[in-house]
Design a protein around this ligand. Structure first.
Ligand code: SF4
Length: 328
């Protein structure tokens, strides 16, 4: 039990996930450094938004935090316990307390199993209740995510994208978890459906005192839903702050570029767009020094020499760019 009320309920401490690249005869020829020394903390009943472009390592960090992956280095702590290297059997008591919602729940649903049975299966795996209690819980959770009782008997292909995401939420919530990791849960949906799912997530958080890690590449969605935001680039956390602070005073050039790319609906808004040079480098061979220096419009010679650490610019606002920290 986590006794310190201010302590994070889930954290990564300099977590790293390097995937080996195998050559001929299975020999390791290098590593894809998907996550490289990232520290984040999730506090109870808050939403931590993790943002960055595709391939920056945000989904890998999410999988590390819920121990679907074992970290290469660093530490993952859940409810005060180090779970970094626990075996699958030792993780069982934690599995019901932390659940995930993915971008496309359809791929994780068996097309030949009715939705009600898929929900009851989750409870059966965790040995929760009798069959009639499982059925009652499954019907109850369908109602809570905005589906009807008749949906219990339908197959996955009979649902729309938004309804499938509600099913994904139902499957995650049926075990009454305290933490839900949402990995791009609305990116595949139409804008009007996106807002319904986001509002549902907010309502469920208030009703069930949930803590969310919300992963997205969409700055507008992140701003709406998050209490705190972390910006990732090429496996590194480059900036972190409370939501309003980071959106009103973005410091890292990469965060400023992401914000400048958000389209404005204000007529005549001529916010200068910061354009990046080149493509993102490969995480197989990341640049030396600041990983962003090959694309940064403000890069100086020293940026390619030393990897910058996060430093505190204002209370709770951290940035891994000494040049931004110096106000240049
Ligand atoms: Fe750009 Fe240099 Fe700052 Fe990196 S350290 S973000 S390259 S200015």
């Amino acid at each position: 039990m986590n006794k310190d009320l201010n302590a994070p309920i889930l954290s990564a401490e300099r977590a790293a996930m390097w995937f080996p690249v195998r050559g001929g005869l299975g020999k390791t020829t290098g590593y894809v450094k998907a996550v490289d020394g990232v520290s984040v903390q999730l506090h109870a009943r808050q939403t931590y938004g993790l943002v960055g472009e595709s391939g920056c390592g945000k989904s890998t960090l999410g999988r590390l935090l819920c121990r679907l992956l074992e970290p290469t280095d660093g530490r993952i702590t859940l409810f005060g316990q180090d779970i970094s290297h626990l075996k699958e059997r030792e993780l069982v008591p934690f599995r019901s307390r932390i659940q995930m919602v993915f971008q496309d729940p359809y791929t994780s649903l068996n097309p030949r199993i009715r939705i009600g049975d898929a929900l009851m299966e989750v409870l059966a795996i965790h040995h929760t209740g009798s069959r009639s209690e499982q059925m009652e819980k499954a019907l109850g959770i369908l109602d809570q995510v905005g589906l009807r009782q008749e949906h219990f008997y339908r197959f996955p292909h009979e649902f729309s994208g938004g309804q499938r995401q509600r099913i994904g939420l139902a499957r995650a919530l049926i075990l009454n978890p305290e933490i839900v990791l949402c990995d791009e849960p609305v990116s595949a949906l139409d804008v009007s459906i996106q807002s319904q799912i986001i509002n549902l997530l907010c309502d469920l958080q208030a009703e069930r005192s949930l803590t969310y890690l919300f992963i997205s590449h969409d700055m507008s969605v992140i701003r709406y839903i998050s209490d705190r935001v972390g910006v990732m680039y090429l496996g590194h956390l480059v900036e972190e702050s409370d939501t309003e602070e980071i959106f009103s005073h973005p410091a890292h050039p990469y965060t400023r570029m992401l914000l400048s790319a958000v389209p404005s609906i204000v007529p005549g808004d001529k916010t200068d767009r910061i354009r990046l040079q080149g493509d993102p480098p490969s995480p197989l061979d990341p640049p030396k020094g600041c990983v962003f220096h090959t694309r940064c419009p403000y890069a100086k010679k020293e940026c390619g020499e030393k990897s910058p650490e996060l430093s505190e610019l204002a209370q709770g606002h951290y940035c891994a760019c000494p040049i931004a920290a110096a106000g240049n």
